[in-house]
Design a protein around this ligand. Sequence first.
Ligand SMILES: Nc1nc2c(ncn2[C@@H]2O[C@H](COP(=O)(O)OP(=O)(O)OP(=O)(O)O)[C@@H](O)[C@H]2O)c(=O)[nH]1
Length: 206
Amino acid sequence: MTKPVGIILAGGLATRMGGGDKGLLPLGGGTLLSQVIDRLAPQVEALALNANGDPTRFENLGLPVLPDSIDGYVGPLAGVLSGLDWAASRGATQVISAAADTPFFPRDLAERLTQAATDAQSPIALAATNDPERGPMRQPTFGLWDVALRQDLRNALQGGLRKVVQWTDKHGAAMAIFDPAPFDPFFNVNTPEDLARAQNLLETAT
Ligand SMILES: Nc1nc2c(ncn2[C@@H]2O[C@H](COP(=O)(O)OP(=O)(O)OP(=O)(O)O)[C@@H](O)[C@H]2O)c(=O)[nH]1
């Protein structure tokens, strides 16, 4: 079986960071995005970046840059849809998504999501971490998505859907649950303080 293709979601507005591209912020001698690419590229057959606006700012990455398929910053599912359209154009059947602001996600993400979707015979699997008090905490930007869902997703977004789990629940999404120790692998960078913490984690914990 061929590996899925991958899409890195970088289409957000980064409001809490003051705007601009969070993915291009410096981290560990590279950028947030370069950390994410290093983790995701070995797990997938081919990789693309989902981002809006002028694509030339990413040209040194050597990745296809896909804008949202739906206008108006409607959230990460717009980026997932762009990934599904791209996958379909390549004859791929599954997409793995990862957020551009999450530099330490698991190196076995794609393998574990694929296993969870297969076991549950579900067209979607979402990553989650287990919180002892609240139970599984789903990560809506880290998922495996079957290309067969793309028209359904397009219709849902055009109909006003915005919340990821509302749509994934409808399709009986499976979950792959990851260990949150020694730190949350889905820790994401939203603020300058988060970026400083990521730099510190990079130096000490990975
Ligand atoms: N394609 C796409 N991705 C989005 C959109 N909004 C958020 N994302 C992505 O979803 C992930 C989580 O985004 P958030 O943290 O909610 O939003 P953000 O833009 O990163 O930051 P804030 O504006 O500070 O909330 C990031 O990878 C974003 O790039 C969107 O409208 N389109």
